[in-house]
Design a protein around this ligand. Structure first.
Ligand code: GTP
Length: 353
């Protein structure tokens, strides 16, 4: 399947990997342009005029590629590079033979071709393989070519340098693309798991975590508590001080929630101003003490300078391992409702027996 960018709007930026790839191609293109400039003089000095002229064409090709990269046509640029490298390798091998290692550039371009996301994978593989076949064919065709050449005595050194010069961009580009893929994968995993405003787990992702925590606790004979928490009169904060202040309150409250849970516990933004905590290896008595401490901390917190306070109501239910999550959640929710009904800013234990 050809690569389809995730961001599809007209004004969307290309994704991170694509941006890194274009940046790397540009660096490699400048590197190759300089290299070919050098070759113009090296071959002219060695009286191999045909190769000197060919290198002028190569410089033009790399400059065209850079222009295309700057205009956002990375796939076209890659194709120009591909034609240049193929033509150039064949021409140099046909002129000087195989001793100088100019055939190795075909390996580099074979790898780069696989990064042309506009090509279907199958076609990219076929083209890459063709480069490798061509590489082998060059040995069949030009192994016997032995044109006298001023730099002939340096053949081994030139061969070594060419191997190195070909390998360098290959390792550099693939290494960087690999790194940016990892970074993007981490970012995507975070986006899939976290609520962007509060950085707490989102509801969808948390459900998986909760079920795993439940079966682990059931297996280890540990108790588990479910806590529903809801900000009190949050609508008034939004209405009186604006949505941005509301968001700030949500963020600070989330920070406080995070500070009051362990690494094993699960803190979730369950809905707008509603949060869920799953306290692992925690009895209902312990949960009530911990949540009461949390409630008091929040009560003391000041927002909007010193002007604003925010409180929360809580419902705490012990999760009997035989019960499904939905039942325990309902119990915690009922207890939360009781907290609200009794005047808010309080913690209520669910009756689970
Ligand atoms: N700023 C902000 N507000 C939100 C967000 N999500 C939900 N809200 C607001 O949260 C408010 C919830 O209001 P209600 O459900 O009436 O609850 P409440 O005012 O907290 O009242 P009680 O729960 O009964 O104490 C609504 O005004 C929503 O617009 C958000 O991400 N940011």
């Amino acid at each position: 399947m050809p690569y389809v960018p995730i961001a599809q709007h007209f004004y969307s930026q290309p994704d991170e990997v694509e941006l890194v790839k274009v940046k790397l191609f540009k660096q490699v293109a400048y590197y190759c342009l300089c290299l070919h400039l050098l070759f113009i003089f090296a071959f002219w000095y060695s009286h191999v005029y045909i190769l000197s002229i060919a290198n002028i064409a190569s410089v033009a090709a790399w400059a065209t590629g850079i222009y295309l990269l700057n205009r956002g046509h990375s796939h076209l640029a890659l194709r120009v590079f591909c034609v240049e490298v193929t033509g150039h390798s064949v021409l140099v091998c046909a002129t000087l033979g195989m001793d100088y290692g100019f055939q190795y550039y075909l390996w580099t371009i074979a790898c780069m071709l696989l990064l042309d996301m506009k090509l279907k994978l199958r076609l990219a593989i076929v083209l890459s393989l063709s480069m490798i076949v061509l590489f082998a064919l060059l040995y069949e065709l030009y192994s016997t070519v032995n044109t006298p050449f001023m730099l002939q005595e340096y053949a081994r050194s030139i061969h070594f340098i060419n191997v190195f010069v070909c390998g360098l961009p290959m390792i550099y580009v693939i290494g960087h693309v690999r790194e940016s893929t990892f970074i993007q994968r981490r970012q995507l995993a975070k986006l899939a798991a976290r609520d962007p405003l509060t950085n707490l787990f989102n509801r969808r992702y948390a459900k998986e975590l909760i079920l795993r925590a439940h079966s682990s606790c059931a297996h280890n004979g540990q108790s588990l508590c479910v806590v529903m928490a809801d900000l009190d009169h949050f609508k008034q904060i939004n209405d009186q001080l604006g949505h941005d202040m509301g968001d700030e309150v949500l963020q600070t409250v989330s920070d406080i929630l995070r500070e009051h849970v362990t690494d094993q516990d699960i803190a979730v933004r369950w809905g707008g101003e509603e949060f869920l905590l799953v306290l692992v290896d925690c009895t209902q008595e312990e949960a009530l003490i911990r949540i009461e401490t949390l409630r008091q901390t929040l009560e003391k917190q000041r927002f909007n300078g010193e002007e604003l306070t925010a409180t929360m109501s809580f419902g705490v239910a012990l999760w009997h391992t035989a019960l499904p999550f939905s039942v325990t959640l309902q119990l915690a929710d009922d207890a939360l409702y009781t907290s609200k009904a009794q005047g808010r800013n309080r913690v209520t234990a669910a009756h689970t027996n």
